[in-house]
Design a protein around this ligand. Structure first.
Ligand code: PXG
Length: 441
């Protein structure tokens, strides 16, 4: 079809991701520009970014260093083959990531998204055991209410029924631990909730059921983001670490959301003081500006592959765009920006203010829980009877009209502002929400 026939602004062709397409196309919401903490809509309004895009623009928008790095890199070296060839910036970025990663995680594989990082980690875990002569370790253990992207491995270990039910039998040999969300006991907890540490022992039960010799890895988000900010109870992740270590099972942290400063520490692993064997990251790595993910692994895993003849490929996996030069340049400039502005730990300074502001919404209509950790918050609403998701979605639409971008999942409002957010902007987000909550059906 000739492009001259395309009706300008026809929204029909683009089948949008995770979007109510028909609703959107009747009343589109378009952003046309962004700077620092604000988006500009197509009708010229400023919208305060309460979600760092989709949990990814941790340094805010259009940051000069990142913009310049991308432009310069595009002109200098636009693309270099990723297989059997290299370019300096991918190596440099890997080194800078290792610098900020927990001690012991010191090799990096690049991908283009969180979903690809998850698949890479799961494949690494299987291959690691196989290469060491423990090929019977093929099972992968995930968790209910987990989000690990949308590819087959990720939806298999993931725990979201809508993301799974259309797609057949998925990966074989997967089991799930229970999630840790407990409204009855933990509602309105500030930070880490008190109850539920014993849920980690469910892993021991699963190991007993299948036998450790069949299990390759356990994957969890340190804080489950997408399903509504589910914060683990004290010691829960430490217990998972103990159990996995005891049974020779790899522990994978999916830090796609918790990585790069979101909890007020460089990674969730730092916040909870637990070092996994593999860390899955993406989003904040490039400030969301260019798609890129990084899987950070221990020397033990890396070294296990470095056997055999030297001319032979050690791990049969990778992407055309692994370590892409422009993404690498964006990643380097992003990490420099984080460092210069102290953003990987700024969340810790702001967390008390953020916590107090969020919990001031307690008692407003429909609010059944408020939770927070670092610069992540959630407000859970009572669903409208028989119409789940509707109440939170209408809060989202109203907030957008009133100049604040929030994110909703089910009937949960999630907040994750860029790490450059000011205290006044936190108040603006929360007071806008307070007004909306009072008027919601
Ligand atoms: N793991 C985790 C923990 C994630 O949160 C992915 C993997 C997949 O990343 P990609 O880059 O393939 O999308 C994610 C993504 C939301 C929301 O609002 C969350 C994500 C993506 C889009 C929206 O909760 N998380």
């Amino acid at each position: 079809m000739s492009t001259s026939n395309v009706v300008p602004n026809d929204l029909n062709a683009f089948w949008m991701p995770f979007t109510a397409n028909r609703q959107f196309k009747k009343t589109p919401r378009m952003f046309v520009a962004a700077k620092d903490m604000h988006y500009t809509t197509s009708d010229g309004r400023q919208v305060l970014d309460g979600t760092a895009g989709l949990w990814c623009c941790n340094a805010g928008h259009a940051r000069p260093k990142i913009v310049e790095a991308i432009a310069k890199q595009a002109a200098e070296l636009d693309y270099a083959p990723a297989f059997q060839m290299g370019h300096p910036k991918a190596f440099e970025l890997a080194n800078r990531i290792v610098d900020i990663a927990p001690k012991g995680l010191d090799h990096v594989l690049f991908t283009n998204s969180g979903s690809e990082s998850v698949e890479t980690a799961l494949k690494l875990a299987l291959a690691y055991h196989k290469i060491r002569g423990e090929g019977s370790r093929t099972r992968l253990i995930g968790r209910e209410r987990a989000y690990h992207g949308v590819n087959f491995g990720g939806i298999s270990v993931g725990g979201i029924v809508t993301n799974r039910k259309m797609f057949g039998t998925l990966l074989a040999g997967v089991d799930h631990m229970p999630h840790t969300h407990n409204l009855a006991k933990n509602a309105f907890s500030k930070g880490v909730p008190e109850y539920g540490t014993e849920l980690a022992d469910e892993l021991e039960r699963i190991v007993t059921l299948h036998d450790a010799s069949t299990i390759a890895a356990v994957i969890v988000e340190p804080v489950a983001g997408s399903t509504g900010v589910l914060i683990p109870p004290p010691g829960y992740l430490k217990r998972l670490r103990e159990i996995t270590k005891k049974h020779g099972i790899l522990l994978i942290f999916d830090e796609v959301i918790t990585g790069y400063g979101r909890l007020g520490t460089p990674f969730g692993a730092d916040y909870f003081d637990v070092v996994p064997d593999i860390m899955v990251t993406a989003k904040g790595l490039t400030n969301g500006v260019i798609p890129m993910g990084a899987v950070i692994v221990s020397a033990e895993i890396h070294d296990a592959f470095m056997n055999g003849p030297e001319h032979v490929i050690e791990f049969f996996h990778g992407y055309t765009y692994s370590g892409n030069p422009i993404a690498s340049a964006a990643g380097l400039a992003t990490l420099e920006t984080y460092k210069e502005e102290g953003l990987l730990t700024r969340g810790a300074e702001l967390a008390p203010k953020f916590e107090a502001a969020l919990h001031s919404l307690k008692g407003l209509p429909h609010v059944i829980d408020i939770r927070n950790i670092g610069l992540v918050g959630a407000i859970e609403l009572e669903p409208i009877a028989g119409q789940p998701t509707k109440r939170a979605f209408s809060a989202f639409l109203k907030a957008f009209e009133q100049g604040v971008l929030i994110r909703t999942t089910g009937d949960i409002i999630a907040l994750s502002p860029p790490l450059i957010v000011s205290e006044i902007q936190i108040d603006q987000i929360v007071s806008t929400l307070a007004g909306i909550l009072k008027t919601l059906e």
